[in-house]
Structures are given as C-alpha cells and as structure tokens.
Design a protein around this ligand. Structure first.
Ligand code: DP6
Length: 384
C-alpha cells in the first residue's frame, strides 16, 4: 500500500462576504460569512502528500511549479504539534520532511478562489497523514480565511468569534449538500488581464481606511447572516437572492470607500449586474442572484429550472466565438427564446465573456483511494 495521501477539495463562493481581519496572523475575520460549496467534480484542488526519512527538506509544488515552503509552514507546524500532543503517529515519523504536490483542475486565470480549495485540501491531506483528530476548518483558516468554509459541503457558516486566540472562529454546516438539490451556479469568466489588489492587501486597506466598514461588519452583516441562514433552511430563493446581491454590492461599495479605493468590478461586471436586474424585473421575485469576489468575474446562483432561459440570455447578450463556451455540467438551453424580446438589452461586443462554468452545490473534501496520486513512487511530482 502507498504511503501517499491524496485528497480533492472544493471551492466555495460566499453569499455573505468575509472582508477584513481582526487578527492578521491568525486570520480571524471581522465578520461572520456564509458560502455555498461547489461541486468538486467540476472544479477542485487535488493534493498529494507524503513524509519519508530520505527527504532533505519540506517541499511543495503547485500547478507544476515549486513554491516557497513558507506558504505551508503555519498549517504544517500546527498539525505536527497536534499529532505530537495526540501521539497519533511515531515520534520518528514527525521528524521526517514532507513532499506536497497540488493542482487545480480549473484555470488559475479564472480568478476563482483557488486558495480556499487549496488549503482545505492541504489540511485534510496532512490531517490524514498524521492521523490527527481536530477541527479541520480552524486549521484551514490559518492558511487562508475562506478555506475554512471549504471543509464542509452544502452551505457553510464561518463564525467570526470574539476570542483573541481564535478558538471560537471556525466553520459549521448550515445545511448539507442534498438540502437544496435544485440550486445551481454559473460562473461567468470575464476577459480581464488587469492585476487586482490581492484579497489580503485589499482587506487591510479597507479595514484601515473605510468609514463604512464598521457599519457593514457591526450592523448589516449580523442581520443578514440570520436572514440568510433562515432563507437557506427554508429554501426561500427570493430572500436568498436579494440578500446575496445586496451583500455583494455593499462589499464592493465598502472596497470603493477605501483610500486608495480597491476596485474589483469592471464595465463587464456592471453590464452583468444590469442584465440580471432587468431579467429579474420580468418576474414578481428574483430568479437569479449575482455575487462578485475580489475580481470582475460573476457568480450567479439560480435554480435548475431557470438555467435554460438564463444561459440563452447570456449567450444572446454576450456573443462568443468560443466553441467551448459552456464548461462543467451538461447544460440545456431554452428552446423558445421569445422572452428575450421583452428584455430591452443591447447585444454586447463579441467575446466580452471568455466562457462560463455550470456547476452545483457539492460535498466537502474527499480522500481519493483509487491510487491516482500526484507524487510518484519516489515522492516527486509525476511527469506530465
Ligand atoms: C472576497 O480567504 O482569500 O473571496 O484570509 O487573506 O487568505 P485571506 O483571504 P481570502 O479572502 C476571500 C475574500 C472574498 C470573500 C469571501 O470568500 O468570503
């Protein structure tokens, strides 16, 4: 049997955003946040780890390139400390160095939260390697805040906590993967070469300079978190959608109120926002919710029954020459597109959207036992 442990882990897309830290080092947030975990069969990180006496140092490879081991040091040390306390493995095993190889199955250019799936994967794999029993969400959080929410499937709530040591800052599941089986997600990847301020730096500037931030974290988010949990539990899509869009808009408004401002949305993002509002206005209650992270790509939450119309509308408004425009799950388009005449929306220039990914809510990290590791028998990355 191989001594390599391999795990796949999902990304998550927040519907109540985490933005701002109360402790930089421990990655403790200023506010609670809530996200949907996306199907790892469509988008995931995969990580293989192994420890051997002959390894000269800890090494980590990410998407084919070796990285500085500083990115894993915090999580690795914490897990080794727990293993030592729990005496879960031999002392000698703890002294061996580790090799880690990790890959995302989605293009990094998609600008999606690969650090969340990456750290959820790393922590789950190391916890298995060192046989520890611990709250993996709190360990993943040390790598990247939002990673703590990728430890569970379904919809997940990250509790900010108030304790200085962070012991009350962890994620819990709001509902499991099967609770709202009709929920779907369309990720619209916007062609954009601009390098945006990283989340960590953006949060720091915003927390330090935005006068609106306090109002968001202390007043608005706590109210929204309660209503969002209720909306999810009751499968109330209209409330879910309204809260999601309002929180995304407020998050970006707060970013704009930083000094200097953090600008993540671009013209195409705003065109998508307008389109979704125009579409929703055709109905009594919203059918689609947009949300944007620290970049211009849109994530649309919607129910399965509305997917054909929404996909046809997007393809109509944002014409594409990409033959592989829709990736992910098999996706039907509307047979009758007459409703498009009711949306007085001009067709945009060609190829403003690079492609879209169609996916759904999925499970948390999974240990892979089919032997398909990323490290070879010598513990080095497989040649591609
Ligand atoms: C906009 O988790 O990437 O996606 O804790 O500094 O690693 P660090 O930040 P990160 O921030 C994610 C911010 C967000 C909103 C969210 O996912 O809640």
């Amino acid at each position: 049997m191989s001594d390599v442990v391999t795990v796949i882990a999902p990304i998550n897309i927040a519907v109540i955003k985490y933005w701002g830290k109360r402790d930089e080092k421990l990655k403790l947030p200023l506010n609670d946040s809530i996200s949907g975990t996306l199907d790892a069969n469509v988008m995931c990180s995969k990580t293989s780890v192994c420890a051997r006496p002959e390894f000269k140092e800890d090494r980590i490879w990410l998407n084919g390139a070796e990285q500085s081991k500083t990115i894993l040091q915090n999580c690795l040390q914490k897990i080794k400390d727990i293993a030592c306390d729990q005496q879960s493995v031999e002392k000698e095993f703890l002294s061996w160095n580790v090799h880690i190889c990790s890959e995302n199955n989605f293009p990094t250019a998609a600008g999606l939260a690969s650090s969340a799936s990456g750290y959820a994967c790393l922590v789950t794999a190391l916890a298995k390697l060192y046989k520890i029993k611990a709250d993996l969400s709190a360990l993943a959080r040390i790598g990247s805040g939002s990673a703590c929410r990728s430890i569970y499937g379904g919809f997940v709530h990250w509790h900010a906590g108030i304790k200085p040591d962070g012991s009350d800052s962890f994620a819990t599941q709001v509902v499991n993967t099967d609770h709202w089986p009709e929920m779907r997600v369309l990720v619209l990847v916007v062609g954009d070469s601009k390098k945006h301020t990283s989340s960590s730096i953006g949060m720091k500037i915003t927390a330090k300079t935005s006068a609106l931030m306090k109002y968001r974290t202390e007043i608005n988010v706590p109210l929204r978190v309660t209503s969002m949990c209720d909306a999810i539990k009751q499968k109330d899509f209209a409330s879910f959608a309204e809260i999601t869009m309002k929180d995304s808009n407020e998050f970006h408004a707060v970013c704009l109120s930083a000094y200097p401002p953090c600008v993540y949305l671009n013209d195409i993002s705003h065109k998508i926002i307008n389109l979704i509002h125009k579409y929703n206005d055709l109905f009594d209650s919203p059918k689609v919710a947009y949300t944007f992270d620290a970049g211009p790509n849109a994530c649309l939450y919607l129910l399965e029954k509305d997917v054909p119309n929404v996909v046809s509308m997007i393809k109509h408004v944002f014409p594409s020459t990409n033959p592989d425009f829709i990736k992910g799950l098999p996706c039907n388009e509307a047979k009758n597109v007459e409703f498009l005449n009711n949306i007085n929306f001009k067709q945009e220039n060609i190829d403003l959207l690079k492609y879209m990914i169609y996916t759904k809510i999925g499970d948390g990290p999974k240990v892979i036992d089919n032997g398909e590791h990323l490290l070879n028998v010598n513990g080095y990355p497989l040649e591609k």
